[in-house]
Design a protein around this ligand. Structure first.
Ligand code: GUN
Ligand code: ZN
Length: 438
């Protein structure tokens, strides 16, 4: 007992987390206005009202006072490209010219492990500044870009999912693997990194147009052999891309069906964008427990289209929010919610703030089959949490005065907040970012 309490950390703040989907359950969240969070050995011990729990703080443990702020689970970004950090906000008329003009030349630099290591550090700094504690990350085609990424994320004690891009056609020679080398390197990386420390591996065929039939087959086989790994790719982002896929895979019923035929629809498979799916595709996503990563800042930036939240919900699809940097224009999941809200409005539907915070925490964890591990402050979860400052800017502070409910307060944070609203970020109970005042 004595050793168990030695490592306890205690935090006093308002606490918010979810135990269900607010779209399905009236009260899906837990809210403790004056709350206490106890952490030990990198895990949540308990979360609740300060008045009820203060007696559980072991003698000698100092309570960190964050009153006036909100502690919630760290954000989860379900789709982001770390090699594209340096080319964020590069203009192009749509996805395919953007890939040609900026993405491929930028990703070429990741052949150099020193460059990859340096960008990985900046990328992780940026995620943590924005309160993102877990991300599903595309590396480049170079296996050394994966080594650089996980080396950096493990040094910080982070739970990260990442993988080497596989692409063996329709890309420059300098970024091309082969069906065999892509599969062999992927297998080696799975063995090196999957479930090593907090790392998880994602098999990463970039998207159907840049893989041959042979590569798609091998990626599908790896997904079957290593059934507890992740798989990530892009689907139905842009109409030109969809037409191209139709010519490349004329036998498939739809773009999503291309992946289905290779056995890539399964739990822990995460599909970026999912804009131009039809109802048959949506039903198939729900049935197979594959998940959509919804990337509103990217979709608006590239003019790709508007994700249909209502139809995705009607189908019962798993989904979460994602930045898709470098096509995404912000690392902040708050700014991502801001744009998600507007996308939903343009489709005639409505996303309450509670739903958006759910989708960036427990909803994402469920999409990744990681609920019970991350995305919640419930006892036993890993202690990845953030301290949100509702008074972070003069405008936020002024708006807060006139908020009449928690929903209104969260909505203002989602619409007006960004990295400035993240006072601190903790991973596995360790402070990994603290915002400088001023
Ligand atoms: N489709 C294939 N590759 C990419 C990429 O890097 N970014 C986006 N947004 N879409 C893609
Ligand atoms: Zn992407």
């Amino acid at each position: 007992m004595q050793t168990a309490t030695q490592n306890v950390q205690a935090y006093r703040a308002s606490l918010l987390y979810f135990h269900a989907d607010p779209a399905l359950v009236e009260t899906a969240h837990a809210w403790h206005e004056d709350g206490l969070l106890l952490v030990a050995d990198g895990k949540i011990l308990t979360a609740g009202d300060y008045a009820a729990l203060q007696g559980e703080v072991p003698p000698g443990v100092e309570v960190r006072d964050y009153r006036g702020k909100i502690i919630m689970p760290g954000f989860i970004d379900a789709h982001v490209h770390y090699p594209q950090t340096d080319m964020i906000a590069s203009p192009a008329p749509g996805l395919l010219p953007w890939l040609e003009s900026y993405t491929f030349p930028t990703e070429r630099q990741f052949a150099d492990p020193a460059h990859a290591a340096q960008v990985a550090e900046f990328f992780l700094d940026e995620l943590l500044r924005c309160g993102t504690t877990t991300a599903m990350v595309y590396c480049s085609v170079h296996p050394q870009s994966v080594d650089a990424f996980f080396t950096a994320s493990e040094r910080r004690g982070l739970r990260m999912i990442a993988g080497k891009v596989m692409m063996d056609r329709h890309c420059p020679d300098f970024l091309r693997d082969t069906a065999e080398s892509g599969a062999r390197e992927t297998e080696q990386l799975i063995q090196r990194w999957h479930k090593h420390a907090r790392s998880l591996y994602a098999i990463t065929p970039r998207f159907a147009p840049t893989s041959t039939d042979a590569q798609m087959q091998l990626a599908g086989e790896l997904a079957r052999t290593y059934a507890d790994t992740y798989l990530q790719t892009h689907v139905s982002e842009n109409q030109d891309e969809c037409s191209w896929v139709k010519t490349l895979y004329p036998q498939a019923r739809s773009y999503l069906d291309v992946y289905d035929r290779y056995g890539m629809l399964r739990p822990r498979a995460v599909y970026g964008h999912c804009i131009w799916l039809d109802d048959g595709d949506r039903a198939r996503m729900a049935e197979t427990r594959a998940a959509a990563a919804v990337c509103p800042t990217s979709n608006l930036f590239l003019g790709s289209g508007l994700f249909d939240f209502e139809r995705a919900d009607q189908a019962g699809m798993l989904m979460s929010l994602a930045t898709d940097v470098g096509a995404g224009t912000s690392f902040s999941m708050l700014q991502t919610m801001n744009e998600a809200y507007k996308v939903a409005r343009l489709k005639g539907s409505y996303l309450p703030a509670m739903r958006m915070f759910y989708l960036a925490t427990l909803g994402a964890a469920r999409s990744l089959q990681l609920d019970g591990t991350i995305g919640s402050l419930a006892a036993g979860n890993e202690a990845d949490f953030i301290v949100l400052d509702p008074d972070a800017t003069p405008l936020l502070a002024r708006r807060r005065v006139t908020c009449n409910s928690l929903e209104e307060q969260l909505f203002a944070l989602a619409l007006l907040g960004d990295d400035r609203a993240i006072a601190a970020t903790y991973a596995a109970g360790q402070l990994v970012h603290e915002r400088k005042q001023g």
